[in-house]
Design a protein around this ligand. Structure first.
Ligand code: SF4
Ligand code: SF4
Length: 190
């Protein structure tokens, strides 16, 4: 913290403590590092490195891998393919992501056999895909990014429009119709 800022903070607290509220004093403590930022930061995710080497990660996890399924799909190459993919995204909890140039349909849905304690309710007879899944590269820390991630049909439309041009003729919107535009209000695609 600069000397000027520090001095200003001191003046704020000591010169007019009667007139400032507790928030100002808290701000001063932060600026002066009397309270470390880590003390107010939201709890961070537990990292693998914080656990003993012998720990079973699943004992420290809310069973993230049991809350979705993902299926490899063909890469869309034309407008028809994108329109088909748009149909996926018209459904609740369906998303599409791209990883290493491979396209996937990702559906956020919880396995019916996941118990409240995040254990498998059919552990002895769970499907092979569950048996094969390991903690080696699982989403325990889930801090990766996808190359592409589509959560809404509008996002996919914008992407396809950029590749192929508009699929639908531009509607003659009146001012009062704008709220019903098919254009997404979500974040723009990078
Ligand atoms: S395999 Fe990974 S994501 Fe799945 S329950 Fe275990 S730690 Fe969590
Ligand atoms: S069968 Fe068990 S391990 Fe497999 S997804 Fe369901 S709860 Fe998870």
């Amino acid at each position: 913290m600069s000397a000027a800022l520090y001095t200003a903070s001191l003046r704020l607290v000591w010169g007019g403590l009667n007139h400032v509220d507790a928030n100002c004093f808290f701000l001063f403590l932060l600026l002066s590092r009397a309270i470390p930022l880590s003390a107010i930061a939201p709890p961070t995710k537990r990292r693998r490195s914080q656990l003993p080497a012998s720990a079973n990660l699943c004992d420290y996890c809310t069973a993230k891998c049991c809350h979705y399924f993902a299926l490899a799909i063909d890469e869309p190459v034309n407008r028809r393919d994108f329109d088909f993919m748009r149909w996926y995204l018209l459904h609740d909890r369906a998303t599409v992501f791209v990883d290493n140039d491979d396209w996937y349909l990702l559906v956020h849905t919880t396995c019916k056999h996941l118990r409240d304690d995040y254990r498998c309710g059919i552990y002895e007879t769970r499907p092979q895909i569950c048996r094969d899944y390991t903690t080696d590269e699982c989403e325990f820390e889930d801090d990766w990014c996808y190359e592409k991630y589509f959560e809404t049909p509008e996002q996919l439309d914008e992407y396809a429009d950029a590749l192929f041009g508009p699929q639908f003729p531009a509607p003659n919107l009146k001012e009062c119709d704008i709220l019903r535009s098919r254009r997404s209000t979500a974040l723009p695609i990078a």
